[in-house]
Design a protein around this ligand. Sequence first.
Ligand SMILES: Nc1ncnc2c1ncn2[C@@H]1O[C@H](COP(=O)(O)OP(=O)(O)OP(=O)(O)O)[C@@H](O)[C@H]1O
Ligand SMILES: C[C@@](O)(CCOP(=O)(O)OP(=O)(O)O)CC(=O)O
Length: 391
Amino acid sequence: MNCDVKTVIAPVNIAVIKYWGKRDEELILPLNDSVSATLDTSVMCAKTSVCANPHFAEDEIWLNGKKESFSNQRLQNCLKEIKQRAYNEKSIDDIFLTWKVHICSENNFPTAAGLASSAAGYACLVTALAKLYKVKSDISSIARLGSGSACRSVYGGFVRWHAGVNPDGSDSIATQIADSSHWPQMRALILVVGDTKKKISSTIGMKRSADTSELLKYRVQYCVPKRTDDISKAIKEKNFGKFAEITMKDSNQFHAVCMDSYPPYVYLTNISHTIIDLVHKYNEISGETRIAYTFDAGPNACLYLLENEVPKVMSLIQHIFPSSSDKFVTGLNFKEEGLNEEFLKILSIPIQAKDSIKYVIYTKVGDGPTEIKDGSHLLNKDGTPVKSVLI
Ligand SMILES: Nc1ncnc2c1ncn2[C@@H]1O[C@H](COP(=O)(O)OP(=O)(O)OP(=O)(O)O)[C@@H](O)[C@H]1O
Ligand SMILES: C[C@@](O)(CCOP(=O)(O)OP(=O)(O)O)CC(=O)O
């Protein structure tokens, strides 16, 4: 029994205008547009293999080496919708759509830890299924059914998710603002403060905010539309100062919405606040905005900055947040830079307890999902997971 295995890798994305709040829970339709940068798959990615066969008894999924239940509604919705699309497009024989599928996926970074694994994971799954069923049209609205933010990982570069107005969600899709080559100096440093599962998931948190926060209503109506247009313009014009200011203000407002919810909930820790303080002081001393921070539903910071700033910022982070790890920084290579004593004095941020930041991922803006054609599948031709992925 041989089947055609399709394998795809897909990126994470980190929003600069945050998606927070749904107008439809089942179709995962957001209250507002959002904007993100897609990060390079050579550093962080999900990898997914899929295959279908008339002899498979049931749909099966293995995630990070473990068999998981296929009863997950979001997973089922994605599969159902991609088959529907294939049927509408007449891209393959109808009989193929009745066969059960096997799916095997793994992330090369922690799952469910606020590092956008669901975004990379569902973008990867839906793209792999689209390859399997030869679906050619835009699939961002199908990735959206897995996790809202996943629709932005379907494209590389800088991406906007349009909230849309149609009740069926047909216009709630992602489009590219600029591709990955547009702003080649743009870099991201992910400062991992905690990589354990968060107490309040994004799904639960944003529901509570949509139900109770007055500030969220104000944000959706008055702040996000202007910010979204302004940041798209800043990206197109490569205006880092503007890009950074909007990014930080939007992150701060999102976390203020969490506090404005009832009961309130908090994702940022003291270390997150020290990072915020550090960035503002750094920018102030520099006389211009050279670093932006943004925080998702967790304590980890994503710093956006330009490549020429990386050596200094990285040395500073290693100085303020000492580590006992010899693998403190992973990802792209960079040169160390000596720190100026005078600069440290003016900065006056105290050195933090060892390992307050667990590790740093250094990456850049990258492309969308890509099919892997070198044969390094996660499924064997008989649909069983390859041995090395099982734990
Ligand atoms: N590679 C993958 N393939 C399929 N599903 C995945 C994959 N990776 C993650 N998921 C799904 O996403 C869930 C984790 O999503 P969750 O939103 O809790 O965490 P996160 O995406 O890491 O954090 P955040 O959305 O706040 O950035 C997993 O439990 C799983 O259902
Ligand atoms: C803070 C965020 O990262 C929230 C992401 O929320 P999810 O996309 O994980 O939520 P669901 O649609 O319920 O799966 C902001 C963002 O990525 O825009």
